[in-house]
Design a protein around this ligand. Structure first.
Ligand code: ATP
Length: 254
């Protein structure tokens, strides 16, 4: 299954990043289709995080282009990309530890109000801030913790709170860098279910090491190795590819 550029909400062409002469990402072409969960996988040092940082504009490519909804965003700043609706999650510091879960989500909703009106979806405009905050907290399974300080939450629930604060921005495209890192099985199950739910009407791009999670969640997988695309397709296709198996051999962390 290949993705035609017309169907793609987010695309890269010839994406290349060199660090002091070392090519970490080499001429990567990527098409992320709308309303799918798209994984970037690959052995250690494959270039996944670099691609992620390029797509979210935290790094500037040495060459190549990135388009979002047909608009060239290669030179657009991260904050402006977020305003367009391409938002990365999991910056733990974005959660205020000494505010309650509810107040953290309220702050995020207020932040969104400052970002301008284009994020608002018409059906949601009618909600008051508090109604919307409770709705988001419920959606990420934190209703019974609404009045607890964020600092008191378990690691997995803190991440669920981060998802809630990211969802408060209502972005059509969400990017996660290793959302399950450091989590136990129970949290992985909860966050997987949550990502599945939020991806019903959004696009999700995630770097993920846990291949069980990728198999369970992702519609499409891009495998990187040594900065280049090694294979693409659904999980079944890429996991049975001999080149992919070979690339993972000797990389025991993966
Ligand atoms: N800022 C940097 N300066 C120099 N080299 C870098 C920099 N960032 C990444 N690299 C190198 O680029 C290559 C790709 O790194 P990257 O972190 O993107 O890989 P990854 O697939 O995310 O790996 P991992 O699974 O280990 O997180 C690695 O060889 C890394 O050492």
């Amino acid at each position: 299954m290949s993705v035609s550029p017309q169907e793609a909400i987010l695309s890269a062409r010839g994406l290349t990043k060199e660090f002091f002469g070392f090519t970490a990402v080499n001429s990567v072409d990527l098409d992320v289709r709308e309303n799918t969960i798209h994984a970037l996988i690959g052995p250690n040092g494959a270039g996944k995080t670099t691609v992620f940082n390029l797509l979210t504009k935290f790094l500037t490519p040495t060459s190549g282009t990135i388009t979002f909804r047909g608009k060239d965003i290669t030179k657009v700043k991260p904050a402006d990309v977020a305003r367009l609706g391409l938002v990365r999650s999991f910056q733990i510091s974005a959660v205020f530890p000494h505010l309650t879960v509810l107040d953290n989500v309220r702050v995020a909703l207020q932040r969104k109000a400052h970002l301008g009106t284009q994020f608002w979806r018409s059906s949601r405009v009618l909600h008051t801030l508090d109604d919307r905050a409770h709705e988001l907290i419920e959606a990420v399974g934190l209703a019974e913790y609404a009045n607890l300080d964020a600092a008191e939450l378990s690691y997995g629930r803190k991440r669920a709170l981060e998802i809630a604060t990211t969802l408060a921005l209502d972005p059509p495209v969400l990017l996660f860098d290793e959302p399950m890192a450091g989590m136990g099985i129970e949290d992985i199950g909860r966050i997987s279910a949550l990502i599945k739910r939020i991806a019903r009407d959004r696009t999700v791009v995630m770097v993920e090491h846990n291949l069980n999670v990728v198999a369970d969640l992702c519609d499409y997988v891009t495998v990187l190795a040594r900065g280049e695309i090694l294979a693409e397709g659904d999980y079944e296709t890429v996991s049975s590819d001999a080149r992919v198996r070979e690339a993972y051999m000797g990389s025991e962390d993966d």
